[in-house]
Write a protein of this length. Sequence first.
Length: 497
Amino acid sequence: MPRSSLETVSLCKDYPGTRALDNVSIRFDGGQVHALVGKNGAGKSTLVKIFAGAISPTSGSILINGASATFSSPRDALRQGIVAVYQELSLVPELTVAENILLGRMPHRSGPWTFAIDWDQAYATAEAVLSRLGVDLEVRKKACTLGVAQQQFVEIARAMSYDPAVLMLDEPTSALSYRETEHLFEIIRTLASRGVVLLYITHRLQEIYKIADTVSVLRDGTLAGSVTKEDASPENLAEMMFGEAVKRTRSAGAPPAREPLLTIEHLSREPAFRDVTFTLHRGEVLGIAGLLGSGRTELLRSIFGADPPQEGYLTLGGRRIYPESPAMMKSLGVVLTPEKRKEEGLVQILSTRENICLASLRRVARGRFTTRARERVWAGPLMRTVGLVTPEIEAPVSSLSGGNQQKVVVSKWVGTEPRVILMDEPTRGIDVQAKRQMFEIIWALSNRGISSLVVSSELEELLEVCHRILIMKKGRIALEVLPSETSLERLFGLCLQ
C-alpha cells in the first residue's frame, strides 16, 4: 500500500491579540506513528483543527502527498482522507453503534424505495469495520449503553470507515484501561504498517516510548523540534517543551508554620487513586505534579467532597473528617477552585457581584434578604484582595477575561474565610501577567495562614510557587521534592519514570 504524507510550510494562525501558530513547517510520513506533544496552549489543538478543516490558517500552506491542499470545512478534509478522533466523544447516545459509525452515510435500498435505509447493509458494513479493528461489539446496541472505552472504539471505527490516509488521535487513551490501551496500540501499529499517517497527540509522555516512532514538540506556537523516539529523553523533551525556564524567586514572606493543618489518611477512590497519605501545614503552598491521568484532579474533588472517597479520612485541625459533600467541607473551611472554572466555578450569566457573593450569602444577607447595595459593599474588599479590576461589576462574568474570571472564583471563596484552598490548574488559560498576579494571591493567602494545595500541569510554575511538591503516579503519591533542590528537567523526569 502506498504511503501517504502530510506537510505544512510556514503555517501561521492568528487570533485577536495572539499568534497561536508561528511559521510551523513540519512533515509527517505514513508508516510511522508521530507523537505531537507540548504544554497547554502550545498550539497542538490549533494545528489539529487546521488539518481537520475546522479552522483555516492565516497564512502558509498544507501539502498532502506533495500536492497543495486547502480546506474550507471538515467535509473538505474528509474528502482528502484526513480524519480526527477527538478526546471529547461525539457519539449520538440514542443511535446504534452502526448508525454512529456510518453517521450521514447510511446505505439506501436500490429500486423504487431508494429513500429507505438498507439496514442489512448498514449492519454488515459496521461489523466489517469493527472486525478489521479486532473490536467485538454488537452493532445494534445503542451508544448510550456502552462503556466509555467501548464508545472510544466506536469513534475510532467511524474514523476508519472513511479509509483515511491521515488519522489524528487526540488523547485517545484518556478513558481506557491498560488492556484496552494495549489493544489500541496494536490497532495503531497495524494502521501504520498500511502506510497511514498516524498523528498521536498526548500528555501522557510515558506512552511515547511504547507507540511513537518520532516526537515533535510545539512550544508557544512554534516548532521546538522533532526527534526520534530513541533521542526523546526526558531531559531533551523538557528542554524543547519549556525552553530555558527561569526560576523566579518567591515573594518575601513568612515561611509556612510547621503546624499540621490538614492530614490526608489512606484516602482511596478506585480506580482514580488509592492509599494517598500526606500532610498540609498551616500557610503552606503544597503542589501536586503528575502526568495526565495520574489522579490529581480526582484527589482534589474527593477531598472537597464532590466525589466522596471510598476509604480513608481527613484530619483537619485535629478533628477526624469523612468528606461527604462540598457543603460540609465548605463549612469546615476547605474550598475548591475547579479546573473547569467556567462550568463548575462560575455562573456565566450572573454578574461579577453575584458570583463573588454566591458562596457567602448567609454572611451578606440580613436575615433572609439581601440587596444589591449590600452585595456591592461585600464584593468590593474581596475584589481588592485579589487585584480584580473591572469597569462594570454588574456585567455578566462571562464578559471578563480568563484571568479575571479566575480571580472571581478565588475572591468568592476568600469571602468564606477558608483554612484550605484546593486549586486545580489555577493558571490554565490565562495570560502571563494574570499568572503572575495569581502567584501573588497564593503567596498573600499563605502569609495570612491560609494553606493551598495546588495541582498544575505547568511544572515550572509549581517550582516557583510551592514550598513542597508531591509527585503523583498512577493514583499514588510516589515521592516528595523541594523546589529549592529540584530542577525543571529533574522534576519532569521524575514524573515520567
